[in-house]
Write a protein that binds this ligand. Structure first.
Ligand SMILES: [Mn+2]
Length: 242
């Protein structure tokens, strides 16, 4: 039995980065393995629109096959992909809207997207609470036409990329982000009493051990092209073969 974890692929509507997800899902899985999609897998995936099933048909076909084979798939909502219960649960995917603690291989492990444990950043927290709120869930699930959502979302994504590019550049050179997520992981360990913190969101690939605790993050996938593999013997990064 093994866990396979990935986050932050940021797949675009035009298909950019989609091959990273498909390659990740093409592992030689055993039927008792579990797959963790830790958020921001898609750059824009909000609500149950049938258009997503057409655009990402190969993803849904693959998911159906894996779940038929017995593999569990967890999807943690990120800040680019949320209100997904109607889109994904009918395929048998387990949706997580909150950090999730579970025990595997004798370890207590915290799984989350990462923004939930981030320290500070009050204006972001207010924004996240708003987009996750019940009224917006109803809008995304029942009222917002795909085209309008798509236009708003593409624009928001473009703006956020522009801001982040100006601020950060190469994600692996941002040592402040690295430090702030290590502190967030330490903090989360205390809050949830776990041995492992596994998340994404920072876009900084990291494997940090302190005392008996460990935090791993596979970073920004178009850049790092790796995922986290975890079994009873080891936890490690593995390359995505493209
Ligand atoms: Mn994120």
């Amino acid at each position: 039995m093994a866990l396979y974890l990935i986050s932050d692929i940021h797949i675009k509507m035009d298909g950019q980065n989609f091959e990273i997800l498909m390659s990740f899902l093409s592992q030689d899985f055993n039927s008792d393995d579990e797959v963790f999609l830790l958020g921001d897998i898609f750059d824009l995936l909000i609500g149950p629109h049938k258009e997503y099933k057409e655009i990402y048909e190969k993803f849904f076909d693959k998911v159906d096959k894996l779940i038929t084979d017995g593999i569990k798939i967890h999807y943690f909502e990120g800040n680019h992909d949320f209100h997904l219960e109607r889109l994904l649960e009918s395929h048998g995917i387990r949706i997580h809207k909150e950090p999730f603690v579970s025990e595997y291989f004798g370890h207590k492990i915290l799984f989350c997207h990462g923004d939930e444990i981030q320290l500070g950043n009050l204006s972001y927290k207010i924004y996240k609470n708003f987009i996750q709120s019940r009224p917006l869930n109803v809008v995304a699930n029942y009222m917002m036409p795909f085209k309008l959502l798509n236009t708003i979302g593409m624009n928001a994504s473009k703006q956020s990329r522009k801001r982040n590019k100006n601020r950060y550049g190469d994600p692996q050179s941002n040592l402040r982000i690295k430090e702030s997520f290590r502190r967030a992981a330490e903090n989360a360990r205390d809050k949830y009493s776990v041995d492992y913190v596994l998340c994404g969101h920072s876009h900084y690939k990291d494997d940090y051990t302190w005392e008996n605790y460990r935090y791993l993050n596979c970073g920004y996938l178009p850049y790092t092209k790796c995922f986290i593999y975890f079994d009873s013997e080891k936890i490690e990064f593995r390359d995505i073969n493209l």
